[in-house]
Design a binder for this molecule. Structure first.
Ligand code: DQA
Length: 146
């Protein structure tokens, strides 16, 4: 049983990027701690980061075959991408939306999420811990399904 962890644009810069907003944890560290947490629940974790919308779309499509659910931080595409929303609707996999920052306490353009209406739920504002909370939420959801 596998969970896909998908991170979008600019999240490869975590650790150096606007530390006061996103914290000092690198993406590699987030992927590792999320993998360990998923494994503690009996799930494998595949992780991918891309700055390209099409690559993220392909990964969501492929997850239909390779994963039971997705943890997604779509970065700025959260606020713009109808295509990501449509991809999630198409594959019908449970998606937990994650943001390191509390997008609702920031600029108005960040309040809108195209992911939220097609996600299981959204976790925002808890920094890197949010990814662990997302594992818990997804695992609990998947356990309830079987
Ligand atoms: C983000 C919030 C987005 O508004 C922003 O564009 C990001 C990161 C977050 O994790 O807080 O790139 O998704």
């Amino acid at each position: 049983m596998t969970i896909l962890l998908l991170n979008g644009p600019n999240l490869n810069l975590l650790g150096t990027r606007q530390k006061e907003v996103y914290g000092g944890t690198t993406l590699a560290e987030i992927e590792e701690m999320t993998r360990e947490h998923a494994q503690s629940h009996g799930f494998e974790l595949n992780s991918l980061q891309s700055n390209h919308e099409g690559v993220l779309l392909d990964a969501i499509h492929d997850a239909k075959q390779s994963a039971r659910g997705i943890i997604l931080n779509a970065g700025a595409f959260t606020h713009t991408s109808v295509a990501l929303m449509d991809a999630i609707s198409s594959v019908e996999l449970p998606v937990v939306e994650v943001h390191l920052s509390n997008i609702h306490a920031r600029e108005p353009f960040r309040h809108k999420s195209y992911i939220a209406p097609v996600a299981l739920g959204q976790i925002a504002g808890f920094g890197s811990q949010g990814y662990l909370l997302a594992v818990d939420a997804l695992v609990q959801h998947l356990s309830g399904m079987s």
